[in-house]
Design a protein around this ligand. Structure first.
Ligand SMILES: NC(=O)CC[C@H](N)C(=O)O
Length: 392
């Protein structure tokens, strides 16, 4: 029997559809993702903590759930909204349907609403707080709850998703990921790249500071030959330096970067002492540590086809993105320069410190899901480590 679920937004609108996944009630910032594939990677990306995610692609669930494709140990997002659930997936790798997966994880799903109308509203009004419920179906009550639920700005959501302790990361890319990555390396496999380009990270010890890291980043670093030590996002600069790393990686993560003063302080303590590479939240935190400011975008960038232009080469990369905040270019101190720009709205998509070996991007070179155009950034990180070692 079909069960009703409702989404109410803080602006007073209510969307009524059919429930799938778990029962209950949640609140969160309602955002949308335009990727045609990758719902499993989106569900398990810890950066969505505190958010209710709507997919714009009309049918979701077609290839089921594959245990080895997860980006973290669980689902951090609050709720999942789609136009239509595919109930009979077709994929030899799948072990579960999307419905079964969300039920087991206790995550509420809503299907059968006009997701295009919802996305147009978010684009017009901006990302809003919403309440998703299968238990309270009273419109007025739900709208009131949406209006009184906390906003995402100003909250520290990282503390909800960071690992409890340090660990060594041992997993490389899956065989399938390795073979599909070959396209993006101009016909080279990762192994031939290692042989041809010499030191592509082999033997480097990378400390990855985990603010809610997508596992495919660690898989890439491992696959490229690094020893990868993961430290929780609340570590100190001394914790990192005690491990004597060759390079430090700053991960993606959820929510507003500005309240994360402990992370910003740690990065300040590392700048100039060790080469740094940051992705997404890691990029925003590096910027803040260098003296930049961040601001909230109207509705963010979440999808797998965001065009970014590299200011050094003039080349355009098609990138995977998931963020709601960005670096304010007017706040940049002289020591920092913009390296990449998002071509949809000219926001800052990459930066570099002019004197210290430290750079970062607002998007996801590890893809998962998405194109592999930006994989070269891992090589760039290794190059900056090599140069730092030569000149020291
Ligand atoms: N994927 C991420 O790291 C997201 C960064 C940050 N939480 C934002 O929304 O902008």
């Amino acid at each position: 029997m079909q069960k009703t679920a409702k989404l109410a937004l803080a602006d007073g609108s209510v969307f009524t559809g059919t429930a799938f996944g778990a029962d209950g009630e949640v609140h969160g910032e309602v955002v949308f993702n335009t990727s045609m594939t990758g719902y499993q990677e989106i569900l398990t990306d810890p950066s969505y903590c505190g958010q209710i995610v709507t997919m714009t692609y009309p049918q979701i669930g077609n290839y089921g759930i594959v245990p080895e494709d997860v980006e973290s140990s669980g689902i951090a997002l609050q709720g999942f909204i789609i136009r239509e659930l595919c109930e009979i997936p077709s994929n030899y790798r799948a072990t579960q349907t999307l419905d079964e997966y969300l039920k087991a994880a206790g995550v509420i799903g809503l299907q059968g609403i006009d997701t295009r109308a919802l996305v147009r509203k978010i684009r017009t009004v901006g990302a809003m707080t919403g309440v998703l419920s299968t238990v309270d179906l009273d419109d007025e009550s739900l709208v009131k709850k949406a209006q009184s639920s906390p906003q995402l700005v100003g909250q520290d959501l990282v503390s909800q998703v960071i690992p409890q302790s340090a660990c060594e990361w041992e997993e490389g890319l899956s065989e399938l990921a390795q073979s599909s990555s070959t396209h993006s390396f101009a016909g080279n496999t990762i192994d031939t790249l290692k042989e041809n380009e010499g030191n592509t990270g082999c033997d480097y010890h990378i400390v990855a500071i985990d603010y809610g890291m997508k596992w495919n980043i660690a898989r890439h670093l491992k696959q490229l030959g690094c020893k990868v030590t993961i430290l929780p996002g609340n570590c100190t600069a001394q914790d990192v330096l005690d491990l004597n790393p060759d390079g430090v990686f700053l991960s993606n993560g959820p929510g507003d970067p500005e309240p994360l003063t402990y992370a910003i302080e740690t990065i300040r303590g590392l700048l100039g002492k060790v080469p740094i590479f940051g992705i997404c939240l890691g990029h925003q935190l590096l910027g803040l540590a260098c003296g930049c400011k961040t601001f909230k975008l109207k509705f963010g960038h979440r999808g797998a086809n965001q065009p970014v232009v590299n200011q050094d080469t003039g080349q355009v990369e098609i990138t995977s993105q998931n963020h709601g905040f960005a670096i304010d270019p007017d706040s940049m101190p002289d020591e920092v320069e913009v390296t990449h720009i998002n071509m949809n709205d000219n926001t800052v998509a990459g930066l570099r410190h002019k004197t210290y070996p430290a750079f970062s991007v607002q998007y996801h070179p590890e893809a998962s899901a998405g194109p592999h155009d930006s994989h070269y950034l891992f090589q760039q990180f290794f190059e900056s480590i090599k140069q730092a070692q030569v000149s020291s």
